[in-house]
Design a protein around this ligand. Structure first.
Ligand SMILES: Cc1ncc(COP(=O)(O)O)c(C=O)c1O
Length: 359
C-alpha cells in the first residue's frame, strides 16, 4: 500500500514548470556567464534585487535575496540578537519554533493573530526583538488575518514601535476571495519587515527567497551574510529572473492555483463526507494547509502512529505549538484521488461515536 502524505508541505511534481525552468536556466547561464558563475553581490543577484524592489516599491538596497526565506529568518534574527525575545503565533511554522531558543506566544483564531492577546503580552513583557507573523494562509492553520486586524496591527506597529517580520510565502497562492493588503503595505515598511519566497510560486528547490528591511539593517547584514555563504546561489536567482522577465510567473500562478484548489476541494469534500459533525477544520482560501481539530479525547500524536500503519501521514498539532487534538493536513502534495483515499483511511481510525466541541 502506498503511503499518502498529508505531512509534506511541498508541491506535487506536476506543479513544477520543469521545461520552462530548464530553458530559463540555460539562457541565464549563457547570457550572464561569468557574472553568475563567479561570486557576486553578498546580498543577492543585483538585477533580481532590482526586480523585487520595483515590485514592492522600495529601493533595491533594502532587498536581501537569500537561499530560501528560512535563511532570511536567520539573518533577521542575527540583526536583532540581544534585542529581546521574539513573539510568535500559536500555533506557528515549526522551524522558527525550533530555531528560537526562547519565545513568547500569541494565539491565532479563525481571523488570525488575536490582537487583544498581543497587546496584553506587550504590556507584560520586555520589548520584543520582533513579532514573527504569517498573516496569509498561515502555516500550519491555513488561516488568514482579517483586513480589520491587519489595519489594527499596522497601526499598533506604528504606535508602539513594534517591529514585525511578516512572512508571506503563500500570499500569491490564493484560489478565491479578495486579495488583502499586506502589513508591509499598510504600515509603510518602517517597522514591518517583509519576507517572501519563490518556493511556493515557482519551485522550492531553486532556494530563492528574500526579505525587505530598512536600508541600514540590510547593509549591516553584509558581514554575517558573507560569513555564511559569501554569495547566495546566483545561477538560480538569475534563472528566477529570466522566468519573471519572460512573463511566466502569472501563468504559472494560474496553473498552480488551479491544481492546488482542486486538492483543497478534494480534502474539504472528503472531510465533510467522512468526519462531518465529528471533527472541525479550517477552510483556507489558498496556500498549502488546513488545520484539523480531532474529536474530543483523540490525541493527534497517538493517532499518527496508527495512521502511519494505515498508510496516511500528517503532522500533529503540538509540533507547531497546537493542542494535542489538532493536526496539520497538507493538501499540496497528494493528488485529489489520493487525498480522497487518505482522508477515508484517517477517518477510519476515528471512533464513529466521537464528537468535537466546535468553537
Ligand atoms: C511560513 C513559511 N515560511 C518560510 C518557509 C521557508 O521557505 P523557503 O526557505 O523555501 O523560502 C516556509 C516553508 O514551508 C513556510 O511555510
Amino acid at each position: 500500500m502506498n503511503t499518502i502524505s498529508f505531512a509534506r508541505g511541498v508541491p506535487a511534481a506536476e506543479l513544477l514548470a520543469v521545461e520552462q525552468l530548464a530553458d530559463c536556466a540555460k539562457t541565464a547561464i549563457e547570457r550572464d556567464g561569468a557574472s553568475v558563475l563567479l561570486y557576486g553581490h553578498t546580498l543577492g543577484y543585483q538585477p533580481l534585487r532590482e526586480w523585487i524592489g520595483e515590485r514592492h516599491g522600495v529601493d533595491p538596497g533594502r532587498v536581501v535575496v537569500t537561499n530560501g526565506s528560512l535563511q532570511a529568518f536567520h539573518f533577521v534574527l542575527s540583526a536583532f540578537a540581544g534585542a529581546g525575545r521574539v513573539i510568535v503565533e500559536r500555533p506557528t511554522y515549526d522551524r522558527p519554533r525550533s530555531i528560537l531558543s526562547g519565545f513568547d506566544e500569541v494565539p491565532v483564531d479563525d481571523d488570525g493573530l488575536e490582537l487583544d492577546e498581543l497587546e496584553r503580552l506587550l504590556d507584560s513583557v520586555e520589548p520584543p526583538a520582533f513579532l514573527y507573523t504569517i498573516p496569509t494562509f498561515q502555516n500550519p492553520t491555513g488561516v488568514t488575518l482579517s483586513e480589520e486586524r491587519r489595519r489594527d496591527l499596522a497601526e499598533l506597529a506604528k504606535i508602539r514601535s513594534l517591529r514585525i517580520l511578516e512572512d508571506d510565502p503563500y500570499g500569491l497562492v490564493r484560489f478565491e476571495g479578495d486579495v488583502l493588503p499586506t502589513l508591509f503595505e499598510l504600515e509603510g515598511g518602517r517597522n514591518v519587515m517583509y519576507s517572501s519566497s519563490f518556493s511556493k510560486t515557482i519551485a522550492p528547490g531553486l532556494r530563492v527567497g528574500y526579505v525587505i528591511l530598512p536600508e541600514a539593517i540590510a547593509a549591516g547584514l553584509e558581514d554575517v551574510v558573507a560569513s555564511t555563504y559569501i554569495t547566495p546561489a546566483l545561477v538560480t536567482q538569475a534563472t528566477v529572473l529570466e522566468f519573471l522577465r519572460r512573463g511566466l510567473l502569472e501563468p504559472n500562478l494560474e496553473r498552480v492555483r488551479a491544481l492546488l484548489r482542486a486538492r483543497r476541494d478534494a480534502m474539504l469534500e472528503a472531510l465533510e463526507r467522512e468526519l462531518g459533525g465529528r471533527a472541525g477544520w479550517s477552510r483556507p482560501e489558498g496556500g498549502y494547509f488546513l488545520w484539523l481539530e480531532l474529536p474530543d479525547g483523540i490525541d493527534a500524536t497517538e493517532l499518527l502512529g496508527r495512521a502511519t500503519e494505515a498508510g496516511v501521514t500528517f503532522v500533529p498539532g503540538p509540533d507547531f505549538g497546537g493542542e494535542p487534538g489538532s493536526a496539520r493536513l497538507a493538501f499540496s502534495f497528494a493528488s485529489p484521488a489520493e487525498i480522497d483515499e487518505g482522508v477515508s483511511r484517517l477517518a477510519g481510525l476515528v471512533p464513529a461515536a466521537a464528537t468535537v466541541e466546535l468553537g
